[in-house]
Design a protein around this ligand. Structure first.
Ligand code: PEP
Ligand code: MN
Length: 347
């Protein structure tokens, strides 16, 4: 439920309503627009005595929120959420490109990739140190050693780091090294992990579960937001369908649908959603054309040697080509490529 205050209400009038909401044991979330202030009520709204609101002349109307997610909804927070990562704005007008290998494999591999990502105009470096692999016999990641190499790559290139935490216990460690905690598709509904990521107050990239609905994704985000952590990005990474020609099916619809339903930044992962490097640039372009705020793309200096997801990884040259295509698409839809540390070479 939301209380919409009349245009020009004073701070004191807003505060009176906030105190009233709190007196019912509810949380009051303020959203101040240019004209109007909206107060969102979160908690057990059965305690709300609506008739009491009649005594507050500065209230314009009370609006019920129809969705089970509140803090994630655009109804509740109408303006896009954005936050800065080392000077790179996530959720702003500029489209952000996050790139790097599926897994951190060695010190030299992540440093080489980080330099290539930076040179091509990428904005942040990805790389898994803890890997959620389908097979227990597959490479599981370098763990803390991988996090140390990522930190060194950030030092060398200035690129912020994004890497996955697979359990609540890993959250403090990952938060110490990384700028953004990734929650993977397989863990989208790991509620203990969502809780820990929320409590950490660290930026989070939440990936959509492979069989999760958009509403379930937003409910998972709500868990993180409800701990007061507002720096959450959502990631469409392809869903399971009957189609077997690609690893997953990119739910391109999810991009404009999410932009409509939520104020949170929306990132598209064209690598996991196709599973084949040949389709990655095309789907990256489609994602930006559809309104994505950013991309997360797998890049490996020698994809044929990768220990995980080599088949869907771009080599540095193909990645550089993709970045300059993305710039053209961004400009065509009245966006830009976010400012990067280097001048992006012409296509
Ligand atoms: C990854 O980003 O390497 C990954 C494992 O992604 P997802 O959780 O989307 O499968
Ligand atoms: Mn991967």
């Amino acid at each position: 439920m939301m209380v919409v205050m009349k245009a020009g209400s004073s701070q004191e009038e807003v505060q009176q309503v906030v105190s009233l909401v709190k007196s019912w044991g509810l949380e009051a979330h303020l959203s101040s627009g240019e004209e109007r202030t909206v107060i969102g009520m979160v908690g057990d709204t059965r305690k709300v005595q609506k008739e009491v609101f009649f005594h507050f002349p500065a209230i314009e109307r009370i609006v019920p929120i129809s969705h089970p997610y509140k803090l994630a909804s655009r109804e509740f927070i109408p303006n896009n959420s954005s936050f800065a990562l080392d000077g790179v704005i996530m959720g702003g007008k500029g489209v952000v490109v996050i790139a790097g290998p599926c897994s951190v494999e060695s010190r030299s591999q992540i440093l080489e990739t980080a330099h290539a990502v930076r040179e091509a105009g990428g904005h942040a470096l990805r790389g898994g140190a803890f890997k959620p692999r389908t097979s227990p016999y597959a490479f599981q990641g370098l763990g803390e050693e991988g996090l140390e190499y990522l930190a060194e790559a950030r030092e060398a290139t200035g690129l912020p780091i994004i890497t996955e935490a697979m359990s609540p216990e890993q959250v403090p460690l990952v938060a110490r090294f990384a700028d953004v905690i990734q929650i993977g598709a397989r863990n989208m509904q790991n509620y203990a992990l969502l809780h820990a990521a929320g409590e950490s107050q660290h930026p989070v990239l939440l990936k959509r579960g492979m069989s999760a609905t958009i509403e379930e994704l937003l409910m998972a985000a709500e868990y993180i937001l409800s701990h007061g952590n507002r720096r959450v990005m959502l990631c469409e990474r392809g869903i399971r369908t009957f189609e077997t020609a690609t690893r997953n099916t990119t739910d391109i619809n999810a991009v404009p649908v999410l932009k409509n339903m939520t104020h949170l930044p929306v990132i598209l992962d064209p690598s996991h959603s196709t599973g084949n490097w040949k389709y990655v640039s095309a789907i990256a372009r489609a994602g930006v054309a559809a309104g994505a705020d950013g991309l997360i793309v797998e890049v490996h200096p020698r994809p044929e040697e990768a220990l995980s997801d080599g088949g869907q990884s771009l080599n540095p040259q193909r990645f550089a080509e993709m970045v300059c295509q993305i710039r053209a698409i961004a400009e065509a839809v009245d966006r830009t490529l976010a400012t990067s540390k280097v001048e992006v070479p012409a296509c």
